[in-house]
Design a protein around this ligand. Structure first.
Ligand SMILES: [Mg+2]
Length: 266
């Protein structure tokens, strides 16, 4: 275990040891959690999404003028890339969601991630292998935040936790391909900024996410720079319609009835 990883691990364990024993959180009415955990239909949907995307890969790779980023110009000739969100898109968080003590806090998620081997969202690994074999570069843009922790000089100890989670699904990656919130000064929770960063050097052929903000800018009820206006449930629905040609055609959304920016939009 690398030293950096060990120090983060010790720190997180210190915090984890202060908590009570994890308790199950799936009251009968919490249908979202129960569905993801128990319904075979959940797995059928995620496999359907990734399989549809796999069948579309040759076409979107071959068409040098195709980009899944509205407004990306002069992309022809650039190396093709795919941008994935992480949680509930690539890495399943259901067992954390079922057992962590409310309220959600980042350090609880970090402690859980380090103590448990990550599980892939069904369908992801087969798709990622196919995309990589076809010459596509894979980027992971997550809103897990870079935050300093006591006892570590690392400005972003969360990066190695995120990278390890992806590797544990069976897909190799590195720090250049895993982009966290606040990793750079202008990388806010508005992911459009990081998508544009990737688009400077790559033709982005597909986006994968479980949250509208994984695809469309400024759809959060709590806007982050450069967005200024709070989105509403209605404005988010209009955004979905505005970009209707992309769903299932470059944009692939995974189901998440447990958490996300939809929960705060009214
Ligand atoms: Mg997510």
């Amino acid at each position: 275990m690398p030293c950096r990883f060990l120090s983060v691990f010790v720190f997180v364990l210190m915090f984890a040891s202060c908590t009570t024993t994890p308790v199950a959180h799936a009251p009968d009415r919490d249908l979202g959690l129960l569905w993801v955990k128990h319904a075979a239909e959940y797995e059928a949907v995620t496999r359907q999404v990734y399989q549809a995307a796999r069948l579309a890969l040759p076409r979107l790779i071959e068409d040098q003028f195709w980009t899944a980023l509205p407004g990306q110009e002069d992309a022809e000739g650039l190396r093709p890339a795919i941008i994935f969100d992480m949680d509930e898109t690539v890495v399943s968080g259901i067992d954390f969601q079922l057992t962590h003590e409310r309220p959600f806090e980042n350090w609880k998620h970090e402690a859980w991630s380090m103590a448990n081997t990550a599980s892939a969202v069904p369908g992801f690994v087969r798709f990622a292998v196919a995309a990589r074999d076809a010459g596509v570069e894979l980027f992971f843009v997550t809103n897990r935040p870079c935050e300093p922790i006591v006892g570590s000089n690392d400005p972003c100890p969360q990066q190695i936790i995120a990278m390890t989670d992806i590797v544990e699904t069976g897909i190799e990656t590195d720090a250049d391909h895993v982009m966290l919130a606040f990793e750079q000064s202008d990388w806010t929770k508005e992911k459009a900024v990081r998508r544009q960063h990737i688009a400077r050097t790559h033709r982005v052929i597909m986006l994968f996410g479980d949250d509208l903000s994984d695809f469309i800018p400024c759809v959060r009820a709590k806007p982050a720079a450069p967005c200024t206006e709070a989105a509403t449930a209605d404005s988010r629905r209009r955004a979905v319609e505005q970009f209707s040609d992309y769903w299932g055609n470059g944009w692939y959304v995974l189901p998440n009835p447990m958490h996300g920016s939809w929960t705060s939009a009214r």
